[in-house]
Design a protein around this ligand. Structure first.
Ligand SMILES: Nc1ncnc2c1ncn2[C@@H]1O[C@H](COP(=O)(O)OP(=O)(O)O)[C@@H](O)[C@H]1O
Ligand SMILES: [Mg+2]
Length: 400
């Protein structure tokens, strides 16, 4: 489970995972986007930088997010007939970047509530260890991407959340804003949570003067690995740029912000000359953004992770499941954000006494997406496998 910087809902996914001979097999079982309670969402948006937030506010939000995640996990686990382990990336409240280093990162969603709601062990706080190990703690998508693209060095992965992140040539980094500024403009100018379908952006024209001002931000020129968030690319950033140019109408503003994402992603990937870019995240549902990206990335082909069997809108939720599985198996992961390889996260025991599996010897070298529904009795239409269970199979009770 994860709620991204867009705070648009909890992305929840159930996956059946197993590891054999260094190959992780991930079968998507089911995914859902669960609404956050409206008042919680409003309080989160108000508390995100540059909003004020005191310790009482952090406590209330940590509790509320934990309870909402617990309910979401219990519902989806029940819908698929039970799961073994929950992994949560929570809700990032603050990502502390100073220059080229990440000094700290804070995710909300107290895992005790998830353990209470589900009775299951919970892997959480996956970013903090990467930061402590010298990495950026974000994006973590590189863990999945690098395994998935292991056989195709000319491919890049691109997730279009509030912030856009890319994995290319083994490095994972945030390229800059994807939907964060678009959503801010939609909220303040249109009174809408987002520019659905890119309808307003499509009516506008790119304002070159505003685009030029936005592109002067030093983040874009900094070398990867690097990470960012709404702390940097938030309301203040956009307002400051708008103050430097003549009035910009609503449609032109959205068109310009679409182009900002397309241009900055294309510039970030250009040195690596990828031939194929696999997109995911909520931004793939914005055709104005996808069209602009396709043009900017050309001649590289722009497609989505659906082409590989990984549902694009739920990629980060499946990523979270993968991270939890790797932690449970005791496998150190190199996130590609600049730190060393570590077993990530903290584990909260479930209803039963904690039974930690023996760490798996060796490592994971590749990821194979198995047909959706494999391993899910409710959805599995394929005949039962005749091969013996690979190791470790079946999640947290697995033994290598
Ligand atoms: N139909 C749509 N049209 C335009 N934008 C959309 C649509 N669906 C989702 N989005 C965008 O995707 C964002 C959510 O993407 P998501 O990957 O969940 O980001 P995050 O990880 O930051 O939560 C929304 O805030 C919105 O900007
Ligand atoms: Mg989201």
């Amino acid at each position: 489970m994860i709620s991204g910087t867009s705070v648009d809902g909890i992305d929840v996914a159930v996956a059946d995972l197993r590891l054999e001979s260094g190959v992780v097999e991930l079968a998507p079982v089911r995914h859902a986007e669960v609404d956050l309670p409206a008042d919680l969402r409003a309080r989160l948006l108000a508390a995100l930088p540059p909003g004020p937030c005191d310790a009482a506010g952090v406590c209330a939000l940590d509790t509320g997010v934990g309870q909402a995640f617990g309910a979401a996990a219990a519902a989806l686990a029940g819908a698929v007939g039970g799961v073994d382990l929950v992994a949560s990336l929570g809700q990032t409240l603050y990502h502390w970047v100073d220059g080229d280093r990440c000094l700290g990162t804070l995710q909300l969603g107290q895992p005790a509530w998830i353990a209470e709601a589900t009775g299951l062990p919970v892997v959480s706080d996956l970013r903090a260890r990467d930061v402590a190990a010298g990495g950026h703690g974000a994006p973590l998508a590189g863990v999945l991407d690098r395994l998935l693209l292991a056989g195709d060095p000319s491919a890049a992965a691109l997730n279009l959340g509030g912030i856009a992140n890319a994995t290319v040539a083994g490095t994972a980094f945030d390229t800059g804003p994807a939907n964060a500024l678009l959503d801010h403009a939609a909220r303040t100018r249109l009174g809408l949570p987002c520019d659905t379908g890119g309808a307003v952006a499509r009516r506008g024209r790119v304002r070159a003067d505003l685009l030029d001002v936005l592109l002067t931000d030093p983040y874009y020129a900094a070398p990867p690995p690097k990470s960012t968030g709404k702390e940097h690319f938030g309301a203040e950033h956009l307002d400051a740029a708008l103050a430097r140019v003549p009035a910009v109408d609503d449609a032109d503003l959205l068109a310009t912000l679409v182009q900002l994402t397309a241009t900055t992603v294309a510039r970030a990937l250009a040195p690596y000359r990828p031939t194929r870019v696999l997109a995911s995240g909520g931004g793939v549902r914005n055709p104005a953004l996808m069209d602009a990206l396709a043009v900017a990335l050309g001649p590289a082909e722009l497609t989505t992770t659906d082409a590989l069997g990984l549902p694009a809108e739920a990629k980060e939720a499946y990523l979270t499941a993968l991270l939890g599985f790797l932690t449970w198996c005791g496998i150190p992961v190199d996130t590609g954000t600049g730190g060393g390889a570590r077993v990530l996260g903290s584990v909260t025991p479930g209803r039963d006494p904690a039974r930690w599996p023996e760490p798996v010897a060796g490592t994971a070298n590749a990821l194979r997406i198995a047909p959706a529904g494999r391993g899910s009795p409710q959805q599995d239409s394929s005949p039962p496998s005749t091969t013996p269970d690979p190791v470790p199979a079946g999640g947290p009770h697995a033994r290598p």
